[in-house]
Design a protein around this ligand. Structure first.
Ligand SMILES: [Zn+2]
Ligand SMILES: [Zn+2]
Length: 162
């Protein structure tokens, strides 16, 4: 799945009213948003777009142990990405992890050597009733999303299904 959500495009940002050369094209959930909506990525990152339209950039569930400030940062200041279903957003060391992109084992074989990745694949295999080896190859209906803890840099995985 393509998670590229920033495109080079001349816009007048609906949030700050300025001419910009880049547009955020990812998901944005808001009852108040104009359609179409032009947002400069920095107006995502500084929270002004979420504030102006009372919106969120991601539909996700979160760990119970992460701080609410960290959850708000994901929902209101982090570019979202398209998913098939609301995802579970991993947390570690008290904070929401950083989304890195799809985990594609064939393209990132070095990650399969990481202890935290192997632990995560084992956990997912148990939860889904799969063999761990099945997760070492891409699957047409199971998407694995790669996250990283910004404190200890361990990797965390989440899943999405088509
Ligand atoms: Zn703007
Ligand atoms: Zn950590």
């Amino acid at each position: 799945m393509n998670h590229g959500v920033v495109r080079q495009r001349a816009i007048i940002c609906d949030v700050c009213g300025k001419a910009r050369d880049w547009a955020y094209t990812g998901p944005f959930r808001s009852a108040d948003r104009p359609e179409p909506l032009n947002i400069y990525p920095w107006c995502v990152a500084d929270g002004s777009a979420a504030q102006k339209y009372d919106g969120t950039f991601q539909e996700a569930d979160f760990e119970e142990f992460v701080t609410s400030a960290s959850i708000q940062a994901v929902l209101k200041r982090t570019p979202g990405f398209p998913t098939m279903n609301p995802i579970f957003w991993p947390g570690h060391h008290g904070e929401c992890c950083v989304f890195l992109g799809d985990f594609i084992p064939e393209e990132q074989p070095e990650l399969l050597e990481q202890k935290s990745i192997r632990e995560e694949l084992g956990r997912i295999a148990r939860e889904l009733g799969l063999a761990e080896d099945d997760l070492r190859y891409s699957n047409n209906s199971l998407y694995t999303l790669l996250f990283q803890c910004s404190t200890c840099h361990s990797y965390q995985l989440s899943t999405d299904f088509s």
